[in-house]
Design a protein around this ligand. Structure first.
Ligand code: HEC
Ligand code: HEC
Length: 228
């Protein structure tokens, strides 16, 4: 190709610029594709846990099904969720008022506390033997256009397979043992495009687009029944 020709040179320049254009996020979006490790000081919030423990438990095991259990989740995931609550200012979420008065270091410290808690298995739940749902989790549903969950959340739903080596994959949360009511609600919110604030929210929006209410509930029941 003769790049000295002005026309070809312009096409070449356009082609070079294309990937950036194709993957650009709308203004205001948080791009989490290249995030690093998060560090905080758990001791700094030890005496300030009442702000959270009524809903999430002191050790991060929530007593109420619509409040997520957060103990033992990756610090990076917890921190960025808190940042997101500050950003989106969703008036419907009880989290909004709680995080608005907190500084960035507080968010890191709370995330560090809860990440360090050992998840305790919730009261025994009967394993859900649902082979169709297990297959959607492992292999997706090609006909419906649902990708496999396991590729991003791990074969055992314990988190992304690359989470130990790459911090950005710690933003792909473990799902096993989480309250079903919470998981089902999140899936429907992603599907319906509610509060899409980050690149990761958009990923889940694409994933959940074709999930029915029934399958969201069935996936959530199946995941809850896996011990944490
Ligand atoms: C009044 C109840 C309540 C209190 C108090 C509360 N939370 Fe939450 N939290 C929720 C609910 C409900 C959600 C789920 C998101 C939603 O529905 O808005 C949530 C979600 C979260 C998440 C995201 C979990 C996930 O899996 O994505 C984190 C992290 C979190 N809370 C941390 C905290 C911290 C830290 C505190 C204390 C500063 C706190 N919460 C106080 C109710 C509460
Ligand atoms: C391409 C990667 C990818 C695939 C495939 C994927 N997820 Fe996700 N999922 C993510 C990411 C990234 C997040 C974090 C979104 C955020 O920051 O809130 C997430 C978050 C979630 C959450 C919210 C968890 C919480 O604690 O709030 C649920 C529920 C969920 N995914 C369920 C599923 C199910 C069920 C499937 C299979 C049908 C699936 N995901 C497939 C990447 C993926």
């Amino acid at each position: 190709m003769n790049l000295r020709s002005p026309c070809l040179a312009r096409i070449a320049a356009l082609l070079l610029a294309m990937p950036a254009v194709a993957f650009a996020l709308p203004p205001g979006f948080l791009d989490l594709r290249d995030t690093g490790p998060v560090h905080g000081n758990a001791d700094a919030v030890r005496d300030r846990l009442e702000a959270c423990s009524a809903c999430h438990g002191r050790d991060g095991v929530s007593p109420v099904p619509i409040f997520p259990s957060i103990g033992g989740m990756p610090v990076e995931y917890l921190y960025w969720q808190l940042v997101e609550f500050q950003r989106e200012a969703d008036p419907e979420s009880p989290m909004t008022a709680l995080v608005m008065t907190l500084g960035d270091q507080d968010l890191r410290d709370y995330a560090t506390w809860y990440a360090a808690q050992k998840p305790v298995a919730p009261a025994a739940v009967d394993a859900v033997a649902d082979e169709r749902i297990a297959r959607i989790f492992r292999e997706g549903d090609v006909a419906a256009g649902i990708p496999p969950c396991s590729g991003c959340h791990g074969a055992d739903a314990g988190g992304h397979p690359l989470a130990t080596s790459e911090p950005r994959y710690r933003l792909y949360p473990p799902l096993r043992g989480q309250h079903a009511a919470y998981l089902a609600q999140r899936l429907k919110d992603f599907r319906d495009g509610k509060n899409l604030v980050t690149s990761n929210d958009r990923i889940m929006h694409g994933v959940a687009e074709h999930i029915s209410d029934e399958d969201a509930q069935a996936l959530a029941d199946w995941l809850q029944a896996m011990a944490r």
